[in-house]
Design a binder for this molecule. Structure first.
Ligand SMILES: Cc1ncc(COP(=O)(O)O)c(C=O)c1O
Length: 407
């Protein structure tokens, strides 16, 4: 067996993997064109061109672009009618913004555990958390892999609760052949640096609902209303608009995202076919109605029982030494310090006891099992994917057959 790089052996990989984000000539030209010919901010033609193109790409009637995914979430929650003390059901396994946007809307995040098959909110656990204060369910299409929208929308319909999709990671993902984001009332996307479409920062809301779109327009644009005066403010909104240069960076990416998605799909399958055969490495699945995942992250589960009980952190160190950067990702959100709130600052949370919450699947995935690779690792060639596979095989072999090395 070849010696692990962790113990002085030769690493599997010494070259870098593909970089992200990626500067293309189209992107540079598009930004320059806006700089030379158009407004750089509000009213820019580049912004409306992007919004129209993104709505079309995502099978939606409307798109309102925003300064980030976080501001898009806040705007969408306000537009969905969320008021102080209302409850919003979210998964505990997601980026902090899903929860912090709820807090910023003066509402209460209600955490639900995840389905271990897909790592998405467990739709069978949602109903038990519904109260007369529940005003929205916000599924997150985690890693770009759609949540169970059939079940979630059915619950929303039965109880009269709005469904707002956090599709921050799910550009191009599809549920039953329809792009995600506007399956419920509306949904949001992020264009922050790591995302599959990137403008450094940026976000968008999409919807098919005219009233919701008007409300989003107002909350993201200082409370103005379409057709109203510049100095007329009907809601407590803010300047959460997208910069025209960011819009210009995104427009050409709508032409390249299809090829990127095909490549990620191909490489994911290449990895799945081999890694799924390693005893102790489990693949993350999709619901049968998922017709496309956006593969924003490549996640597998590490089962320490198959590796002599050796903790995942040891696996990470050995993989990093081999030149393949895998890492754990999220912690259960309710454990974050910010949920120990000061009742003077957050009076509507005074009865919440997040510290006592314990959601077993989320905790097992976060504490012991999740292994993440960034999406850029899926943008290489077969040789790149083979290096990932070789590193997994080399490290898992050693953990299985030479456990004494790690003691
Ligand atoms: C699931 C999820 N929701 C919301 C956001 C917030 O997006 P942004 O970073 O653009 O504010 C992110 C981005 O990291 C995310 O991954």
């Amino acid at each position: 067996m070849s010696k692990l790089a962790l113990f002085g052996g030769i690493p599997v990989r010494t070259k870098p993997f593909p970089e992200w984000p990626r500067l293309t000539s189209e992107l540079g030209e598009s930004v320059l064109k806006t700089l030379q010919n158009e407004n750089w901010g509000v009213g820019s033609d580049a912004i409306s061109r992007f919004e129209d193109a993104f709505a079309l790409f995502h099978d939606a009637k409307y798109c309102i672009s925003t300064s980030s995914g976080t501001t898009a979430l806040w705007v969408a929650l306000k537009a969905a009618g969320i008021k102080v003390g209302d409850e919003v059901i979210i998964p505990a396994y997601t980026f902090i913004a899903t929860a912090s946007a709820v807090l910023m809307a003066n509402a209460v995040p209600v955490f639900v555990d995840i389905d271990e098959k897909t790592l998405n909110i467990d739709s069978d656990l949602i109903e038990a958390t519904i109260t007369n204060k529940t005003k929205a369910i916000m599924p997150v299409h985690i890693a770009g892999n759609p949540a169970n929208m059939d079940k979630i929308c059915a619950i929303g319909k039965q109880y009269g609760i709005a469904i707002v999709e956090d599709a921050a990671q799910a550009h191009g993902a599809e549920w039953k052949g329809k792009k995600v984001g506007a399956i419920g009332k509306g949904g949001i996307f992020s264009f922050q640096t790591s995302k599959n479409m990137s403008a450094g920062e940026g976000g968008a809301i999409i919807t098919n609902d005219d009233d919701f779109k008007e409300a989003c327009f107002s909350y993201h644009n200082c409370g103005r209303v379409s057709g109203g005066e510049w100095y007329e403010h009907q809601h407590l909104g803010g300047n959460f608009r997208l910069n025209a240069l960011a819009a210009s960076m995104l427009i050409p990416q709508l032409d390249s995202i299809g090829a990127d998605m095909d490549l990620r799909d191909k490489n994911k399958k290449f990895l799945d076919d081999v890694l799924g055969e390693i005893d102790g490495i489990e693949l993350v699945g999709s619901y049968e109605q998922t017709t496309r995942s956006a593969q924003h992250l490549y996640i597998v589960k590490y089962k320490k029982e198959a590796f002599n009980g050796i903790h995942r952190d040891v696996f990470f160190k050995a993989m990093q030494a081999e030149g393949v950067y895998t890492y754990a990702g999220y912690s259960p959100l309710y454990r974050e310090k910010l949920f120990v709130t000061d009742p003077d600052e957050y009076p509507w949370l005074k009865d919440q006891d997040y510290a006592s919450l314990s959601l077993p699947v989320t905790e097992r995935i976060c504490d012991d099992e999740s292994v993440w690779l960034q999406q850029r690792y899926l943008l290489g060639n077969d040789e790149d994917s083979q290096d990932i596979i070789d590193a997994f095989k080399k490290v898992t072999n050693a953990l299985k057959n030479e456990p004494e090395l790690f003691r």
